[in-house]
Ligand binder design. Sequence first.
Ligand code: F6P
Length: 342
Amino acid sequence: MATIGILTGGGDCPGLNPVIRAVVRKAHNEGYKVIGIKDGWKGLIEANTMPLDLVATSGILHRGGTILGTSRTNPYKKEGGVEKVKANFKKLGLDALIATGGEDTLGVANKLTKDGVPNIVGVPKTIDNDLSATDYTFGFDTAINIAMECIDRLHTTAESHHRILVAEVMGRHAGWIAVESGLAGGADYILVPEMPVDIDEICEAVKKRHARGKQFSIIVVAEGAKMKERDVTQDQSLDEFGHVKLGGIGETIAKEVEKKTGFETRVTVFGHIQRGGSPTAFDRILGTRFGVKAVELVKAGQFGHMVALVGNKIVAVPLEEAVRELKTIDMELYNVAKEFFG
Ligand code: F6P
């Protein structure tokens, strides 16, 4: 019986457990055995695994996070990491590996494919929705629905206190969460990493709104948005993929807006709330479709590929294409949101 390994790497997100469940079910139906690799690439470096069967994956469809655990370990940054991955691939008797993750995890999958670990299939995941070659990644829909609900809640308190409320949402390099949650939540201004922040423009929009009688405003800012003049990132330490820990932009904007408009301003950071809890129906279904398709790719020997949503079809795209560049926001969508600024 051929054996498939599965791992989940990078930041967790709702929809990972539906993928694991679907992989195990489809593999079972096709006569494969599945081994769960714990904590992303770290588990493959350490040969830390758990058996996965129908019993182990029962009752997890609605659960957030990942039963396999995750980490931001990069085998290319660990002494002998790649050699250990190769050796454990053999030791564990893996005929194929399904790597589920975002740009970093799939970037490693792509490099390993070129470096002589040819039996890898990718599954795209990230709440940031910034992976190329797929229209959507699971986790994103849940994140924007949570952020939208939080923005709704900010509206009532902002209105009661006649305040400006700045909501900082996730989104490291791309402002998908900011644009879509802001659009759905009726934001009065949205800031994204793709465009430098112009404080005067924000203040003008807020003043215009207040001049027509509104006494509160909601500004949504992606954590990766940048001030024109300076870097406001609080923590400069890097993870193994070279990312800084973001945070601080919301606070900076709130202070500047309050100073320049004279309106009392507060900031709320939504943070990991956006990544926790149960997946939406959309993310459960997308994760399930991705999981089933990933096993089909294994069966067809279509390695070095990632499953992707294109239109409403699940297709296979080369890993290389998926990790070549990040998918930044659709400016048409941002321009729709812009109609409601101020
Ligand atoms: O996985 C993507 C993401 O949620 C980004 O939006 C965010 O910048 C980052 O992960 C946060 O990472 P951590 O979980 O390490 O704080």
